[in-house]
Design a binder for this molecule. Structure first.
Ligand SMILES: Cc1cc2nc3c(=O)[nH]c(=O)nc-3n(C[C@H](O)[C@H](O)[C@H](O)COP(=O)(O)O)c2cc1C
Length: 213
């Protein structure tokens, strides 16, 4: 199968969306927690979180256009704070349900049965049932001219994770944390490690590292 630009343009729109949403590969599965100025909470599944840099520790995400109907975007722009919570095998169905278009006064926490976890001095809720979770401070917001989406860049100010998922070199064992991945807009997958490999250098054979190293 091969699609050129004209063939992609001619596709039925939902078919094209399903295809193009899958071709970037396995994506992280996260829940974004926010609250408005009155303290009303909001939770939304997002697959677009991406690593931007480690020092300072920055993560970016892409939020679709939609003005005030985009509660996550409105809340995080107003408060400057949000949380990123890994979806795990115990909560992926509830996480998926947060994509439904609930009115602003209906919290997705209440609608799905997920619980808020509050950190002192931080206005956005984290997800109590998530194993890996981060309190984020908004650092930069860029509306993207090309398609009206919003690039949101935040700094990790608090990172919470299970001890058993933290390897001695600082990397995270995602299967041990039970974190799942996303394909497209509807498929949840479990991760399985193939190998951890040594730092690549020209002309030097790769070594396999112990998976818990
Ligand atoms: C699997 C999946 C991944 C999604 N990823 C994103 C995303 O990366 N960015 C985005 O803006 N919306 C994404 N959405 C859509 C939002 O979850 C959905 O629009 C939600 O209603 C937004 O909630 P809000 O209006 O409370 O912010 C995704 C939906 C699903 C089902």
């Amino acid at each position: 199968m091969q699609f050129d630009r004209n063939a992609l343009e001619a596709l039925e729109s939902r078919y094209r969306a399903a295809l193009i949403n899958s071709v970037s590969g396995y994506k992280p599965a996260n829940l974004i927690g926010t609250a408005n100025a009155a303290g009303a909470t909001n939770l939304a599944v997002m697959s677009s979180v991406v690593h931007l840099g480690s020092h300072p520790p920055l993560l970016a995400m892409v939020v679709r256009p939609g003005g005030d109907e985009r509660h996550t975007l409105a809340n995080l722009l107003a408060s400057g704070e949000y949380s990123i919570n890994h979806i795990n095998q115990s909560i992926y169905r509830q996480a998926h349900q947060t994509a439904a278009r609930y009115p602003a006064d209906q919290s997705e926490f209440d609608a799905t049965g997920l619980s808020c976890q509050w950190l002192d001095g931080f206005s956005a809720p984290l997800v109590a049932e998530a194993e890996v979770k981060m309190a984020m401070q908004l650092r930069q917001h860029m509306p993207l001219e090309i398609n009206g989406t919003h690039l949101v860049i935040g700094e990790i100010v608090t990172l919470l994770l299970p001890d058993a998922a933290l390897r001695s070199d600082g990397s995270l064992n995602l299967p041990a944390a039970d974190s799942v991945a996303l394909s497209g807009l509807d498929e949840y997958l479990c991760g399985e490690s193939l190998a951890r490999l040594s730092y690549a250098k020209p002309g030097q054979p790769l070594q396999e590292l112990a998976s818990d190293e």
